[in-house]
Design a protein. Sequence first.
Length: 323
Amino acid sequence: MILGIESTAHTFGIGIVDNGKILSNVKDSYTTKSGGIIPIDAAKHHSKCSNDVLELALKNSGIKLEDIKAIAFSQGPGLAPCLLEGLKFTKELAKKLKVPVVPVNHCIAHLEIGKITGAKNPVLLYTSGANTQIISYSSNKYRIFGETLDIGVGNFIDTFARYAGIGFPGGPKIQELAKIGKYIELPYSIKGMDVSFSGMLTNLKQKLDKGEDLNNLAKSLQETGFAMLVEAAERALAHLGKNELLLGGGVACNSRLQQMCRIMCRERKAKFFCPEKSLLLDNAGMIAYLGEIMLASGIFEKNLKKLDIKPRQRTDEVEVNWR
Ligand code: ATP
Ligand code: FE2
């Protein structure tokens, strides 16, 4: 029985996992009416809601706090003030319960949780707000085969949505507008397995300023941006000789992105996997899930003083000796 804690950005979450089964997955997210995320305010949000989230997570799982045998926490990458709040909460709880702590990489947790859908050795197309990466396991590490050279795809969509005055988060709104839009050409930018969105963002803003219909821009943003991601993912599948694609991160909630991935996989006879929404967006269920696997392979820390956050931790820095 392991408890997971997520606090890398806007979401504070607690999940409880037993033998690969998610017993509860509760979260509370910091939001703003206008503008983006202010790290210090998000951290304050986390500290304020943490006890309520814990209480609800325990209630939903039907277990008692004393049943927890270990705590997994999201160590990085993420916003330092938010990560520190998570670490503080982790240490207090670990001290109280006298249990070991498992430090978990947030990005790898997005990948490993895909196994719950049946994926065994996939290429992960990880598309969230801050991150856009193509990750896969090779020679003892999760390696990044491609990534965005500037902004994450979610931030790209959110920035354009904010510019167009349709609020945050922009992804779900753009998806709605795209349904009635017509396709127009936008800059398509991919180098090998790396992508870039800033040129398209500038072009979209210019077209909007010139009076182009927002529905058309939403449609074209999705068609162009997602085609870049699918092309990069397909190249990684071919390069690695793998035949499973896993979609992860908040932008993976987009039904058009899912559809494009499904079509590409069908055409090259690969399998396509996409977890349910509650496991796509930032959540602590995935942290507990990976934490349990790491704990079983002997990765944990009992000396709480040795624990620290890793705001800039890269996926390929993590030694993977649990598989
Ligand atoms: P990370 O720390 O992993 O980068 P994050 O907090 O930046 O995580 P997530 O919680 O994984 O991001 O996802 C949030 C993003 O998902 C936002 O940018 C939001 O616009 C986008 N999103 C949510 N639903 C949709 C959708 N239907 N279509 C496109 N984008 C979506
Ligand atoms: Fe995330």
